[in-house]
Design a protein around this ligand. Sequence first.
Ligand SMILES: [Zn+2]
Length: 294
Amino acid sequence: MTRCLLALCLALTSMAFSADLKPGVAVFGGQHYTEFVPGELPLVISAPHGGLLKPESVANRTYGVRDSDANTQDLARRISAEIKKQTGGQMDLIISHLHRSKLDPNREIKEAAQGDKTAETVWHEYHGFIEQALKAAVARHGRAFFIDLHGQSHKDVRVELGCMHLAPSYAEKAEVLNATSYISTGTLKLITQLHPESPYTELLSGPQSLGALLEERGFLATPSPRMPVPTEPYFRGGYTVARHVSAESKIAGLQIEANRIRLRDTPENRQRFAESLVSALQVYLPKWMNLDLK
Ligand SMILES: [Zn+2]
C-alpha cells in the first residue's frame, strides 16, 4: 500500500513539474525538502550536502557520514548566478535542503534514508529532479555535462575532481589509462567518443584538463598537470555521478570536491571560486563537449 502511494505521489509530482517549468523559476519537492531550478543550458549541477533543515519528523541517521559540506548550497547558487551573468543563460540546479544527518542523497537509498519514509520520498524526488534536468538538457543540446558539488577539508588544500577512478590507478602507464577498459570505468567516457584523437590522459590531466584550467585561475586541483596522480585521501566520486552519468545517455560529468580554505570559508572566497569555475567551464565545455554555455 505504502509503495503504491509513493509511486502515485511520484507520478503526480513529475506530471506537475514537467507541465510548465520555466528557466530560473524554482519548483520544490514535498515540504520544500528538495529544490529544482530548471535551466536552459547543457549544464546541470547538484548540491547534496549543503542542506540546513533538521526537522524532528525525519529520523536522525545513525551510521555513515552525517556532517554537512559547509556552504556548498551557497556556492552552487553563486555558480548559477555567475553563469547567468557571464552567459545570460540559466543552468539547472538541484539542491537537497535536508541536513545530511537526516538524508544523504549521495548514497543508495538504504544508507541514504536509513528506513525513514519521508527521507526515502525526498531521496526519490531529488534524484528524479536530476534525471528530469539531464533528460531535458540532452533533448535540447544533444548531450549534457553534470557536476555533483561537494566540499572536503583534506590536509592537502586542493579541489578534487572525481570521475570514479581510484587515486592509485592514475599512476598506471599511459597505455593502461588510455585503454577502453579503463575509460569505461569513469564518467568522462562520452568525451572520449567525441574526441577520439585525444588520449584520455590529456582529458584527465593535460594542459586543457579541468584541473589545469582551475590551477591557471589560482585554485590548486587534482588530477592536473601539477598533480596527475592524486595523493590520498582523495574523493573519487560517488553514488550520484555513478548513477546519473552515462555515455549511452549522452551525459558526461564529475564530482567536484571543493576545499574549505580559500574557497568555501568566506563569501568573498566562494564568489572568487564561482567566477573561476565558470570561467574554466567556458573553456572546458566548448573544447571537450563541443558545447557553448550560451
Ligand atoms: Zn559531500
